[in-house]
Design a protein around this ligand. Structure first.
Ligand code: FES
Ligand code: MG
Length: 593
């Protein structure tokens, strides 16, 4: 805490509220904050002002419990000598926002940057949870660079139906197949899916939410052990109080996002992402956060640093368990401890929000359930990280190897002479509507050797990038027992889906990528060991197709529906570059410039 008034640290907020050099402006800034009961003494006492960036609302049920948790955060802030200022953030609900929640990540980012920069805040608590809320907030904290700490809302309790765990999202994909195959009717489908959402909190599977909340802890931006605590547990309220207390300390220490989210922290996060079986949305979001900090990070890093790491966390969709089990087993610290035992955590010395290192926080953590968090010696899968592919279809696309099924391996990867390569003929869909209209049409002649392609689903094409690459096979194949076909696309895939897919293809068709040239029936060859993905079409034919395409004004995508769609389409970067707003990247450390 601060010492005598003379050597007391002067905070940023005092430029607004305690600036004798500019009495007229100070009175104007201060006056309206008194109108709900704050006193002059409080606002001019030199106490740090702490923002609580509130992402919960009725429109965002995954984060709604933050409205409750913020009460404990405020008490923690006051107890540590700060003054809390809670304010609303643009809602981003993964399951509610049309055309896609990811359209809003950069919008929420922009608006939070503006709030953190333009108001008298000395530090901020970022209330993270549902998929895009976490990266939006970390990106904004990165740009502004005032002390910031993340607080996860926590996953929902485990879902149950007839004695079986039902996991968010994963149960939807599974039940849709059963509905298509005629095994269940619509009411049963709805009942099973509803059972997967039994309480407040975010998706209880290892989808993008659990991934990004775990990675916020892996980056050092949350108190250790806090990411996995289920939303309704008492520990969730307790960690909220501790988080409120800690941000005040961080402000006194001037511990900033750029001190914590270093290249070393990102390397740790990539390794931890492989070990937890994290979502393919993680490279998009972490690459974005890194760019806003000026830290070098690209999709090659994800393969080089992450591919060899084993899958340790046995959560759906790659495994069997759910969020409560993950917490009971010890959450992120237990995963880190297992990695450290095998010397697989690259930077145990990376700093975290509590002022200690990742190694100090997690080194001695106990793994309390080895069925849920497996040791490195006996993992769920070896080499479970992402592969970064390139070829004439795209410059970069990510494949999550941890979800490749035995069925898929046997069908596509069983050639002993060339065990990592597969070939198939392309079926090509332009956006999700086109896929739904044609997938079951026998004229498409889709069989077990087909590779399904989705294009027009990237940051420009959709816009924002749709989670539509995980396409299920035609109903007639599912009835024959073929439950998945390889999927490739310039869109994303839900982290809760287990389809073997090649995703986030960059550049996308709408930005002139090779996918725009692909036609139905083309042979495509994918070699996972070499990291290549190519259409086997002669160069001169590709040149003809490219000329024909540009003659038509390029690849066509749906018209803008809102102003933001048009604005973002004009300035958004590709998935491999983090889908950031290109003009935003040059603004770094803005609170200090
Ligand atoms: Fe919000 Fe999954 S839909 S976390
Ligand atoms: Mg999602």
């Amino acid at each position: 805490m601060a010492g005598a008034p003379s050597d007391k640290k002067r905070f940023r907020s005092q430029e607004w509220f305690d600036n004798p050099g500019n009495p007229g402006m100070t009175a104007l800034y201060l006056e309206r904050y008194l109108n709900y009961g704050l006193t002059r003494e409080e606002l001019q006492s030199g106490k740090p002002l702490i923002g609580i960036a509130q992402t919960g609302s009725d429109l965002s049920p995954c984060n709604r419990h933050h409205i409750e948790l913020a009460k404990r955060v405020r008490e923690g802030i006051v107890a540590a000598g700060g003054i809390p200022f809670e304010f609303p953030c643009h809602p981003i609900q993964e399951t509610g926002k049309r055309p896609t929640a990811s359209l809003d990540r950069n919008l929420a980012y922009l608006s939070l940057v503006e709030v953190l920069y333009g108001y008298p805040l000395d530090g901020v608590v970022l209330t993270i949870g549902c998929d895009k809320t976490t990266p939006a907030m970390l990106m904004a904290a990165a740009t502004v660079n005032i002390p910031a700490i993340a607080l996860s809302v926590g996953p929902m309790l485990n879902g149950w139906h007839k004695g079986k765990r039902t996991g968010s999202g994963t149960i939807v994909w599974e039940s849709r197949q059963r509905l298509s195959a005629g095994e269940i009717d619509y009411d049963e489908f709805m009942e099973i899916v509803a059972s997967s959402a039994p309480s407040v909190g975010y998706c209880n599977t290892m989808g993008t939410a659990t991934t990004m909340n775990s990675l916020a802890e892996a980056l050092g931006m949350q108190l250790p052990g806090s990411a996995a605590i289920p939303a309704p547990y008492r520990e969730r309220g307790q960690i909220s109080y501790e988080t409120g207390k800690r941000i005040v300390g961080m402000v006194h220490e001037d511990l900033k996002p750029s001190d914590i989210m270093t290249r070393e922290a990102f390397e740790n996060a990539i390794v931890i992402n492989s070990a937890i079986g994290g979502s393919t949305n993680a490279p998009i979001h972490l690459n974005a956060i890194a760019r806003h900090l000026g830290v070098r990070l690209d999709n090659n890093d994800w393969q080089t640093i992450g591919h060899k790491i084993p899958l340790l966390v046995n959560l759906q969709p790659a495994g069997e368990y759910l969020g409560e089990d993950y917490h009971h087993a010890g959450g992120v610290p237990a995963v880190v401890a297992e990695l450290m035992k095998a010397s697989l955590l690259p930077h145990p010395g990376a700093l975290t929000v509590n002022g200690k290192t990742m190694g100090d926080n997690c080194g001695k953590a106990e793994n309390l359930d080895t069925k849920v968090i497996l040791p490195v010696s006996d993992p769920l899968k070896k080499e479970a990280g992402f592969i970064n592919l390139s070829g004439n279809l795209f410059d970069s696309a990510i494949m999550k190897t941890s979800v490749i099924s035995k069925e898929f391996r046997d069908r596509y990867l069983s050639n002993p002479a060339d065990p990592e390569a597969f070939e198939g003929k392309a079926a090509v869909f332009d956006g999700p509507e086109d896929y739904h209209a044609r997938i079951d049409d026998p004229a498409e002649a889709i069989d077990e050797h087909t590779i399904l392609f989705m294009r027009g689903a990237g940051p420009v094409g959709y816009p924002g990038g749709a989670e539509v690459v995980n396409m299920q096979p035609p109903a007639y194949l599912i009835k024959r027992g073929i439950h998945s076909l390889p999927c490739v696309g310039d869109g994303r895939q839900s982290g809760t889906s287990g389809t073997p897919s090649i995703l986030n293809a960059s550049p996308e068709a709408a930005a002139g990528g090779g996918l725009a040239l692909l036609r139905k029936g083309d042979r495509v060859r994918i070699d996972l060991r070499k990291g290549t993905a190519d259409m086997l079409v002669p160069e001169d034919e590709l040149a003809r197709r490219r000329a024909a395409l540009s003659g038509n004004g390029g690849y066509h995508y749906p018209k803008h529906q809102t102003p933001w769609q048009e604005i973002q389409r004009g300035m958004v970067d590709q998935f491999s570059e983090g889908m950031v707003l290109k003009p935003a990247v040059k603004y770094q450390d803005v609170a200090h410039t």
